[in-house]
Write a protein that binds this ligand. Sequence first.
Ligand SMILES: Nc1ncnc2c1ncn2[C@@H]1O[C@H](COP(=O)(O)OP(=O)(O)OP(=O)(O)O)[C@@H](O)[C@H]1O
Ligand SMILES: [Mg+2]
Length: 258
Amino acid sequence: MATDVHRPVTTPKSPSTETRSAVRVEGLTRSFDGRAVIDGLDLDVKPGEFVALLGRSGCGKSTLLRILAGLDRDIEGTVLVPRRKAVAFQAPRLMPWKRVWRNVLLGLPGKPDRARAERALEEVGLDHRTHAWPKTLSGGEAQRASLARALVREPDLLLLDEPFGALDALTRIKAQRLVDELWQRRGCAVLLVTHDVEEAVLLADRVLVMDEGVIAYETEIDLERPRGISDPRFGELRAELLQRLGVDAPETSHPAAA
Ligand SMILES: Nc1ncnc2c1ncn2[C@@H]1O[C@H](COP(=O)(O)OP(=O)(O)OP(=O)(O)O)[C@@H](O)[C@H]1O
Ligand SMILES: [Mg+2]
């Protein structure tokens, strides 16, 4: 049963006694058939912070993201998130019977005009496909349309669940750069679920490892941007995270999956 529902984060009365958060989760528990997949989890994300979330398959990452997105409210504990949030999943989930720009505006309140969709599509480099049908888009284009749909909401919190998982290596690198640029420009908080340790170290301010229903480990990524995988510190962080995930780090720097 939910003991609390999603509420907008309010500015604390006394900033000196409480730090403002984009996400505040306390004692979150979510069970399926009597099994607690999330089990007393605490998490804070600062406004504008880029956090990556790693963890073995089935540990509850998507469950956590769905809760933060407000898609699952059958919870115990406290979850505070900004009113303006948006989510993009591994599969772009575009409606095939709606043109790209209509997909971007889908679910927005009122009657948003096309120019709004066009601006978001321009931001992700997809303005030339505004009128296209989703089935005519490449995988990378569809993912960018999905990102535009998230951005058009002008979120204070952007939730990304393995958004690059289905992309080929080159398209994936481009999509990672795009997310990096958008985050720097927009300044929203990002929570990125990924299986790719290098992706997490490349993009995030902080990387979390989820295990046994809680955040079992976290590390700040103390690398200057733009980051390169050839940096020795990058290798150290990657090895440390792989070890936490129970994977032996390879000697050379190949893309590493958790
Ligand atoms: N609606 C549901 N009903 C029952 N069990 C569920 C439901 N949703 C998730 N689970 C279970 O909760 C656990 C966590 O699932 P979740 O999708 O959050 O994992 P994940 O960490 O995102 O995994 P992956 O990395 O494979 O995407 C799994 O054991 C899954 O079977
Ligand atoms: Mg998942």
